[in-house]
Design a protein around this ligand. Structure first.
Ligand code: HAM
Length: 453
């Protein structure tokens, strides 16, 4: 027997029941983003590898070990499946002059799959999805605060009460250099106590040592020199202004001196929204300011900030505790069309199209015909409001039976020519003629055609 093939580990199928939940989520997301003036941008999944090396940084977990990279078979160009969206978005903005246009700043958002070769576990996948926003051309603390307030509003809309904010400032490159020198000197003193990862990063990326999860290093890391003490006046004022605006918006935040983020492009404000309920993979949204990235990627110098949310993690939270009822609301057809007999099948096909012409969602019984009874069972199970019932009797007279499936009501028969009107009337409950409609003769009811339903 041929062996069946499976999806790649850490890359998940999203089956219809879940995909409908994703669609409900995406509806909310689109409205929420419009409320803040963000416009959509759709970006390629594959980008040149150097884009990520330059943007995210050579000495980061993502670039060192998590990228899916390959060579173009024709020209040998090094390509990578995008591990995140900021680099591609900035690349596109530069390439198409979006960032320069108008000078007033650009608010862009994107969504889609990202790829990182990580060890798969709950909340951590090799193909995962982000909704990301990038605000290009904004220097002030107001956009940092707005990005954070946006998150808070979304958690409110999704009914998520327990997502907390962690905030930090990474200052400027010079401020980080001054902090880094102090940090390296301090860590050198504790070199023997560091783990292998720490020793490896001591000179390449000492800031990431502050982020270690190793319990044995927590004491050393707690007492390490703080970046906040190396911030100059401008960075300090910026950070204080962000916090003041968050305070005004009623958002509680915890300044976490050890929050450094795993990508190198950040400066000044960085933040993460964390849901402890999700355990180790609890960060549902993360971002910050990246004022030098546009220039680093070849554009004119331009301040910018943004964030990205992990869709799988947010959906897990939403389903567990949020507005779960809305989350799992499923679209149902308005009408299910049942039919029996050759002429009836052809009229049923036309009837379904005629109803779609007036904007209704129709499920036409297709494939094996089965009895009226079994078709009606399917109609009922579909969640449709109405069944159209067409037998050869109806087809011969160019009539169609309309049978309400919810809340009772007799089946009635209408000429095909007025079908759409009659169905809309019944669906909208405004059919004054409904009561007066000639009731079906006993025995012509769909259920009675082949016994009972
Ligand atoms: P990031 O922190 O690498 O930032 O990812 C953002 C979010 O994506 C994380 O907080 C998490 O929810 C989700 N995520 C990351 N990796 C995985 C994974 N393997 N499985 C499931 N979810 C995951 C960025 O990507 C930046 N580009 C964010 C940004 C936008 N900064 C400025 N603008």
């Amino acid at each position: 027997m041929t062996q069946t093939l499976q999806a790649v580990r850490g890359m998940n199928d999203i089956l219809p029941d879940d995909a409908e939940i994703w669609e409900n989520f995406e509806d909310i997301i689109r409205d929420w983003l419009r409320g803040y003036g963000y416009r959509p941008i759709r970006l390629p999944v594959v980008e040149p590898t150097p884009l990520f090396q330059r943007a995210i940084g050579e000495v980061t977990d993502i670039v060192e070990k998590e990228m899916y990279s390959f060579e173009d078979a024709l020209n040998g160009e090094k390509l990578t499946l995008r591990p995140e969206g900021t680099a591609g978005c900035v690349r596109a903005a530069i390439q198409h002059g979006l960032a320069a246009a108008g000078g007033g700043g650009r608010r862009l958002w994107y969504q889609g799959p990202m790829f990182r070769h990580e060890r798969p576990q709950k909340g951590r996948y090799r193909q995962f999805h982000q909704v990301g926003v990038e605000a290009l051309g904004f220097a002030g603390p107001d956009i940092d605060a707005e990005l954070i307030v946006m998150g808070a509003r979304l958690w409110g809309q999704l009914g998520l009460a327990d997502v907390r904010l962690e905030l930090n400032s990474l200052g400027s490159a010079q401020e980080r250099a001054s902090h880094r020198a102090a940090l390296v000197a301090y860590l050198e003193e504790h070199r023997d106590a560091l783990d292998e990862d720490g020793r490896r990063r001591l000179h390449s990326n000492p800031l990431r040592i502050l982020d270690t999860k190793n319990p044995a290093l927590q004491e050393i890391v707690e007492a390490a020199p703080k970046l906040l003490d190396h911030l100059g006046d401008a960075s300090r004022a910026h950070f204080e202004a962000v916090q003041a605006m968050l305070h005004d918006a009623g958002i509680a935040c915890h300044v976490n001196h050890r929050l450094v983020r795993g990508l190198d492009y950040y400066n000044r404000t960085v933040f993460e929204w964390v849901a402890d309920r999700l355990g180790a993979q609890g960060t549902v949204c993360a971002g910050g300011r990246y004022d030098t990235l546009v220039e680093q990627l070849g554009g004119k110098p331009m301040p910018a900030a943004g964030f990205a949310m992990g869709v799988e993690r947010l959906l897990a939270l939403w389903l567990e505790g949020g507005e779960a009822e809305y989350a799992i609301a499923r679209p149902t057809p308005d009408v299910y069309v049942v039919h029996q007999g050759e002429c009836a099948r052809r009229l049923a096909f036309r009837a379904a199209e005629a109803l779609r012409d007036v904007g209704l969602n129709i499920l036409l019984h297709c494939g094996e015909e089965g009895s009226f009874k079994s078709q009606m069972r399917k109609a009922d199970g579909s969640g449709a409001q109405l069944a159209l019932v067409i037998g050869d009797d109806e087809a011969a007279a160019m009539d169609v039976g309309i049978k309400p499936l919810r809340g009772g009501g007799a089946q009635r028969r209408v000429p095909f020519a007025v079908l759409a009107e009659a169905v809309l009337d019944v669906l909208h409950g405004s059919d004054e003629d409904h009561e007066r409609a000639e009731p079906e003769k006993a025995g012509q009811d769909a259920g009675a055609k082949d016994g009972s339903v």
